[in-house]
Write a protein that binds this ligand. Structure first.
Ligand code: PLP
Length: 434
């Protein structure tokens, strides 16, 4: 029998728990030393057009800390060699370091086994791999793939290519004008021909954080698989692929302070094992003869050819860096930046923000009435402010809002409130010129 605590004792325990939580939050804030963090990123400490650089293009690509640059340098100066099948010291050391990153990536997203972590050259290649190989095995003529209206082109076009090849059909899951995915429409969109749903975890334009766990639950209840594009999520949220029960999860190292040209595909083993290789070449085989070829086991079956060895090794340093700061700290810091920037932007006459959901990451897309987004971005650059302008590889999303593009400012934990002040000040000056 479970013993019940008396009411007075219960209150005491609750008070102690509250105090512990408050102390932990204070300790978290105190441990975040922004000056120290910024020293880790040498590129940030420079002037552009004689003004201090303000880098607000983090959703496109983040900057690298010295620790990642050093890891890259160390690989080339100390232990570079071609990995696997190593018969010499350098190749052996490089292999160990490469495989060490696989373990770090596994741990980062809490995958069950390292075989489920496939290195690619980015989220784009991870999604193409699934669209091709999953499509080969699981998609027949007349089948349907649900893709959301807010997807990056990387999570639309690979499915279209596959649909063309297999004579399948793409079905669009719409959003509303606040940038919310209409998840409730899924029930009516799913048919007995639906095979897979491809959805982004966080929109690179709107910043919306999608309820992917709910989508996965709904899909699985109908026997449908789900691929989540985590390119914008992994650098900002703590991801647990087992908790999500997601079938495929794709992301890129360059958006998480690591090298470019490296990405990850996580997949469920039973699916990956049924899928044919995406590319043929060295490493992905078990035996080759002209009578036929047998394939290597996971994850190597999907890693044909010499990979980005130094990039993957340095990606390990980026994962360490992220985990040392802590993803909860990163999320709360970026939230503060987003809230402050949003409130200041909303004070500007004629400025419209696209993506006004409560659950948002540090991305703010906007237009100013009467001024072309490209002109705004170009002029901001002259003030030392790096933002992105254009369609952000999300044409269907732009079509939803009836626009050609936006200005997008996206924040990272190394950005500061002072930088937002500088950005707002420059934006006001630019607007006054028109
Ligand atoms: N998905 C989303 C949501 C993105 O923002 C991006 C890049 O901006 C991608 C996919 C493609 O990532 P990569 O170019 O690193 O392959």
């Amino acid at each position: 029998m479970k013993a019940e605590l008396p009411a007075k004792k219960k209150t005491k325990v609750r008070n102690i728990q509250t105090i512990i939580v408050i102390y932990s939050i204070i300790a978290l804030i105190m441990s975040f030393d922004i000056n120290k963090i910024r020293q880790d990123f040498p590129i940030l400490n420079q002037k552009i057009y004689n003004r201090p650089l303000v880098y607000f293009d983090n959703a496109a690509t983040t900057q690298r800390p010295q620790q990642v640059i050093d890891a890259l340098n160390r690989t080339y100066t100390e232990y570079y060699g071609n990995i696997h099948r190593a018969a010499h010291f350098l190749a052996d050391k490089a292999t160990l370091a490469y495989e060490d990153t696989r373990e770090k990536a596994r741990n980062l997203i809490n995958a069950e086994t390292r075989e489920q972590i496939i290195f690619t050259k980015g989220a784009t290649e991870s999604i193409n791999l699934v669209a091709f190989s999953y499509g080969e095995t699981f998609i027949q003529e007349g089948d349907e793939i649900i893709v959301s209206e807010m997807e990056h082109h990387s999570n639309i076009v690979p499915w279209q290519l596959m649909a063309e090849r297999k004579k399948a059909r793409i079905v669009m899951l719409p959003i509303d004008d606040t940038g919310r995915l209409l998840v409730e429409k899924l029930d009516s969109l799913i048919t007995d021909r639906t095979r897979i749903i491809a959805v982004t975890h966080i929109s690179n334009v709107l910043g919306t954080i999608n309820p992917v766990k709910l989508i996965i639950e709904k899909a699985h209840a109908r026997g449908i698989h789900v691929l989540v594009d985590g390119a914008q999520a992994v650098p900002h949220l703590k991801i647990d692929v087992q908790e999500l029960d997601v079938d495929f999860y794709a992301f890129s190292a360059h958006k998480m302070y690591g090298p470019n040209g490296v990405g990850v595909l996580y997949g469920k083993k039973e699916l990956l094992n049924k899928m044919p290789p995406y590319q043929g070449g060295g490493e992905m085989i078990s035996e080759v003869s002209f009578a036929g070829t047998t394939y290597n086991e996971l994850p190597y079956k999907f890693e044909a050819g010499t990979p980005n060895i130094s990039g993957v090794i340095a990606f390990g340093a980026a994962i360490d860096y992220l985990q040392n700061i802590g993803l909860e700290t990163i999320a709360s810091r970026e939230n503060e930046l987003l809230n402050y920037a949003t409130s200041e932007l909303l004070k500007i006459n004629g400025l419209r923000i696209y993506g006004t959901q409560q659950e948002k990451s540090g991305v703010v897309s906007f237009n100013v009435e009467g001024i072309h987004f490209f002109d705004l971005g170009t002029m901001l650059d002259k003030f030392g402010i790096a933002v992105r302008t254009g369609h952000h590889c999300a044409d269907p999303l732009m079509a939803h809002f009836g626009i050609q593009g936006t200005v997008r400012a996206s924040f990272a934990f190394y950005n500061t409130m002072e930088e937002i002040d500088r950005f707002i000040d420059a934006l006001k000056k630019v607007i006054a010129m028109f």
